[in-house]
Design a binder for this molecule. Structure first.
Ligand code: SF4
Length: 463
């Protein structure tokens, strides 16, 4: 089954699943209330957005220089930096470190880049045990599912479903009370941290000025993944660069406000290298893997370059009417929702993934909410255009062949619109039924009525 067919089938099933819809709407209702409070706490939210967009523009348009600066400074403190042009190279770099350190147990904190390159599967195939330490990721790992959402990986699950999986996989779930379930996860994970040979993290930002990695989180699991194992690895996309340390003063509260509706996330940590002489904790070895994986191809595309500004706050998913009805797993991609629909065709191939750009009502809510002002809904239109140019479908070819004589002969156009008006009147009694010639469209949507009068007719009558 192609990804497009799979998407359509899952979307049809889930959009009719009222229980699923209720879970998502409840979660989103709570999120919206706190997000708006946090936005209101900014002196001027629109100016903050503009400043964030300008800062990311500067970082992305001078990416070569900022990356070099970052690497030079973080290496000066003993970090080993690995450049990975694609997923395969990144996986190989990580596996090589695991082999060299004879690692058996790996604890991992949330890293969408690791999902992007299917790192867990590669490590498990290499004989390593991998434990996700973020609570939501831990739950979906137990259920053998991918994350549902960039920020809330297990938001589609009820407490009872979480209790069930704990009972089945951990043999322990005293009740469906969130606190008790969290205590079970905490006990299991604490053991794993102590046994782990290597900790792997993602990163929110890489600061060029100081050569540091910034990780923001709510559970302290990334800190433990970094502090307890002997070796630490950070996997990060090259677009996560920020020029200066002071930029965090804007980006950390902005990410917290739009991601989870918090003033600031609970733990904000900067990592600048392995344990230095005289320091009492931190990893003995620190590796940073810088992942390209088609990001430089997006950088070369002047039209969609700003999609590299994304700070993965997830806000565009939360406001998207399509995401809210079909859910995250339907997309079949690492990044879902509007940003996923924009970048997946660039990361994984336009021909196979162009259908995602049609998973949008083009209402523009995503663009309006994005804190770094990515022009998301126009990028979806550009992907539609590029997809049609690259490989038009048979019906697109036919439709445009038919459209050319209509659009170039005013007499023919006027005749067809008059016939269309009559056709619409005849169609009314069978509208939405299988007898309706426009059924493929009208079975799930309204067909816009043809205007009762064309502009030319109106002009003529006016005279
Ligand atoms: S595109 Fe914008 S709103 Fe969507 S995840 Fe990225 S930064 Fe957030």
């Amino acid at each position: 089954m192609t990804p497009a067919v799979q998407f359509r089938e899952n979307a049809r099933r889930l959009s009719a699943d009222l229980r699923h819809r209720e879970i998502i709407q409840t979660a989103m209702g709570k999120y919206e209330a706190v997000r708006d409070q946090r936005k209101a706490a900014f002196q001027n939210w629109e100016e903050a957005r503009q400043l964030a967009a300008n800062t990311k523009w500067e970082a992305i348009n001078h990416l070569d220089g900022y990356l070099e600066q970052f690497v030079e400074r973080i290496e000066a403190r003993g970090t080993k930096v690995h450049w990975a042009a694609n997923g395969e190279q990144a996986r190989e770099a990580v596996l090589e470190i695991l082999r060299a350190t004879k690692a058996r147990m790996i604890v991992k904190s949330k890293a969408m880049t690791a999902e992007e390159i299917h790192l867990n599967e590669a490590m498990e195939q290499g004989g390593h045990e991998v434990i996700e330490s973020d609570l939501g990721e831990f739950i979906v790992q137990l259920r053998e599912e991918p994350p549902y959402h960039i920020v809330f990986p297990a938001m589609h699950l009820t407490r009872d479903e979480i209790k069930d999986v704990f009972e089945r996989k951990l043999g322990e779930a005293p009740s469906n009370d969130p606190e008790q379930l969290t205590m079970v996860a905490r006990r299991v994970l604490r053991e794993k941290y102590l046994q782990a040979d290597v900790g792997i993290t993602g990163a929110n930002f890489a600061i060029a000025e100081t050569g540091m990695i910034s990780i923001t989180e709510n559970e302290g699991n990334a800190r433990l993944s970094a502090a307890l194992p002997r070796v630490m690895i950070t996997l990060i996309g090259i677009e996560k660069i920020l020029p200066r340390m002071e930029d965090l003063a804007l980006f950390l509260p902005m990410l917290a406000a739009m991601g989870t509706g918090q003033t600031i996330t609970c733990y904000n940590t900067l990592y600048g290298g392995p344990r230095q002489a005289g320091e009492v904790d931190g990893p003995e070895e620190y590796h940073v893997v810088l992942l390209d994986n088609q990001r430089t191809a997006v950088l070369a595309d002047g039209e969609q370059r700003d999609s590299l500004h994304c700070i993965r706050c997830g806000a565009c998913l939360n406001v998207c009417p399509i995401f809210r009805n079909v859910g995250g797993h339907t997309y079949g991609t690492t990044y879902c929702g509007p940003i996923g629909a924009v970048i997946t065709p660039n990361l994984r191939g336009l021909t196979e993934w162009k259908h995602l750009s049609y998973a949008s009502s083009l209402c523009g809510a995503c663009t309006e909410t994005c804190p770094v002002k990515i022009d998301l809904h126009h990028h979806l239109l550009q992907n539609r255009r590029n997809g049609s140019r690259q490989k038009p479908s048979w019906w697109q070819k036919l439709a445009f062949k038919a459209f050319v004589p209509l659009a170039t002969r005013p007499g023919l156009w006027s005749l067809v619109t008059r016939l269309g008006r009559i056709g619409q009147r005849l169609q009314r009694p069978v509208k939405g039924t299988r007898l309706d010639p426009a059924y493929p469209w009208t079975k799930s949507r309204e067909l816009a009525p043809i205007a009762p009068q064309s502009f030319k007719e109106w002009w003529r009558n006016r005279k």
